[in-house]
Ligand binder design. Structure first.
Ligand SMILES: Nc1nc2c(ncn2[C@@H]2O[C@H](COP(=O)(O)OP(=O)(O)OP(=O)(O)O)[C@@H](O)[C@H]2O)c(=O)[nH]1
Ligand SMILES: [Mg+2]
Length: 237
């Protein structure tokens, strides 16, 4: 039987984590198709992914996090998967948290987000991360009325309408976080959250490390402004 579920993992130099992550996903979701979007990694990310039976899309040059997420969703849309889940490759997410998100999409949600704020006992990051999350959740709520607790979560499940929105060429492809949710809200998608317990990353580097965090805040403020004031994305491109 053809699988209804694609789990796509954006990955930059995750060879050290992928064996465990893909192994755990295989145990919990034996029927799912796993896709690793390898963002021109310089380590053995692609080889490790292949050795675990995952599909691998190796990008010819680095697109960044948002581009990697979007590439996986485009694959799911093109191949007609009713549900696409985005899942971090560094081992922070728990495969068991995918279940409630899939159920939410089956129940009619276009976009279901795994929220570490709703989960008791989840790792939530340091003060700066928590502050950023509240800031952008507050802005999304103030600007559009959208009530979301964890706009920076990389764990999401998308139905066909959610996938179509994320696949648009005008979609924010740097960090599809609060800006993406504002666009989804403006396109009248049904958005919901479910608790998701996250662990600290084992990686020493993070895409939000050092000056990356400052750049993120400015990028996101600008992108939120564009998402709120620009043309509706659900009108024809
Ligand atoms: N395609 C792509 N994926 C990336 C890039 N940077 C990070 N990733 C992946 O995106 C996911 C999240 O990246 P992280 O660096 O862990 O970001 P984070 O989870 O917000 O930060 P931490 O809490 O510090 O782990 C992981 O699966 C990474 O491999 C990138 O430049 N391109
Ligand atoms: Mg991480």
């Amino acid at each position: 039987m053809r699988s209804e579920l694609l789990i796509t993992l954006p990955a930059l130099n995750e060879a050290n984590n992928l064996s465990e992550v893909l192994g755990a996903l295989r145990v919990s979701w034996p029927e799912a198709v796993l896709l690793v979007v390898d963002d021109a990694s310089t380590d053995a990310t692609a080889a490790v992914a292949r050795s675990h039976g995952a599909l691998v899309a190796t990008l010819p040059f680095r697109l960044g996090y948002g581009g990697g997420v979007q590439a996986g969703i485009k694959y799911g849309l093109r191949h007609g998967f009713p549900i696409v889940v985005t899942f971090d490759a560094d081992g922070q997410h728990d495969p068991l948290d995918i279940g409630p998100l899939v159920e939410a999409v089956r129940g009619g949600a276009d976009l279901a987000i795994g929220s570490r704020v709703l989960a008791s006992e989840s790792y939530r990051g340091g003060f700066a991360r928590q502050w950023g999350r509240s800031l952008f959740a507050g802005l999304a709520r103030g600007l559009t009325g959208l009530r979301i607790t964890d706009p920076t979560s990389g764990l999401k499940a998308l139905g066909p309408r959610g996938q179509a929105l994320f696949a648009l060429s005008r979609f924010p492809d740097r960090y599809p976080d609060a800006d993406a949710l504002v666009l989804a809200r403006r396109a009248r998608l049904t958005i919901t959250e479910r608790p998701a317990r996250m662990r600290p990353s084992r990686n020493r580097r993070s895409m939000h490390g050092g000056l990356g965090a400052v750049a993120y805040v400015f990028n996101m403020l600008f992108s939120l402004f564009v998402a709120t004031t620009g043309r509706d994305l659900h009108r024809k491109e």
